[in-house]
Design a protein around this ligand. Sequence first.
Ligand code: MG
Length: 376
Amino acid sequence: MQRIVILGSTGSIGVQALEVIAANPGRFEVVAISAGSGNLTLLHDQAEKFQVKAVGTTADSFDCSAKVFTGVHASTEIAAMECDVVLNGITGSIGLGPTLAALDAGNLVALANKESLVAGGDLVMNKGRGRIIPVDSEHSAIYQAMLAGKKDEVSQLILTASGGAFRDREDLEGVTVAEALNHPTWSMGPVVTINSATLVNKGLEIIEAHYLFDIPYSQIDAVIHPQSVIHSMVEYVDGSTIAQLSPPNMKGPIAYALSHPHRTIGATKPVDWSQSHSWDFRPIDQSRFPSISLARTAGESGALATATFNAANEVAVDAFVNVEIAFTQIVPVIERTLAASGAHGEPRDLADVLAIEQTARTLAAESVAALKRERS
Ligand code: MG
């Protein structure tokens, strides 16, 4: 039995992880779960159904038969519980503290929270090298493809991108919130969906890949692949490219990370080779999607800069969803924030990350306010 702790259990990743676990009786035991305060009814139902030992929530109070942790540090306490794998499905850089706590406690981490690496960088990898199994579909693919050769034989990592809601739209000036929330392939949370539309998500994933696999930014690229069947690729020095593919379904990478080094039977449907398929690839239009090169530039300056990139994006996405700035102003807010903060280097501890994020949020909010003034 794999003993599993799930952070962010009521979110998209958490719910699907519990479905994988329920579909495989006798293989997994859910030790504990945690979530924010957004869906306490679901959290309660999950706690009862899986008979968990402990539940964490940011809510002030919560009533159930398990041991309850409440408040802002609930997920961090749950992450340090004795188990085999902690699945971190929290969205946003608030997932960093729990990732560090899980690693400090000696737990393996199935990481769906990309912000842990984007904001934590070497701070996380110095503790976590060899003990983090990625859940992000692209990184799960690269992780699997990396098993085909040696790290010093890798010439390039190629992340695939669905291209988001606007891959075929030329003019992005008048994009509405509803349009940006309508993702063509994946069903995900709202922030991730907007990040997918701006391709900021792909920028974050390039940064995530850099830290996870210890490959220089100059050897990590992304390509548009609208069908999202090939989840990413590793190119080796002999010109051979290893890809991992399956019809898009997050249960594949979730199950792979939870049962690593084994595979879970029937975790996801394979490609149906009795049917015809066409899979397209095209380069990313850097002028319509400046987020990729901006993420790379931030990446070259270290995790204090990428933490700034991420925090500024969170502020900008929030401003866009509240109709304060235009869709095309999200990336300029990040760019202005990076320039104003001058952040560079790696964080020494969590306090360094929290401080640089606070600075970034203040600067990003000023940038949003300036853009609003320009618009009115
Ligand atoms: Mg992804």
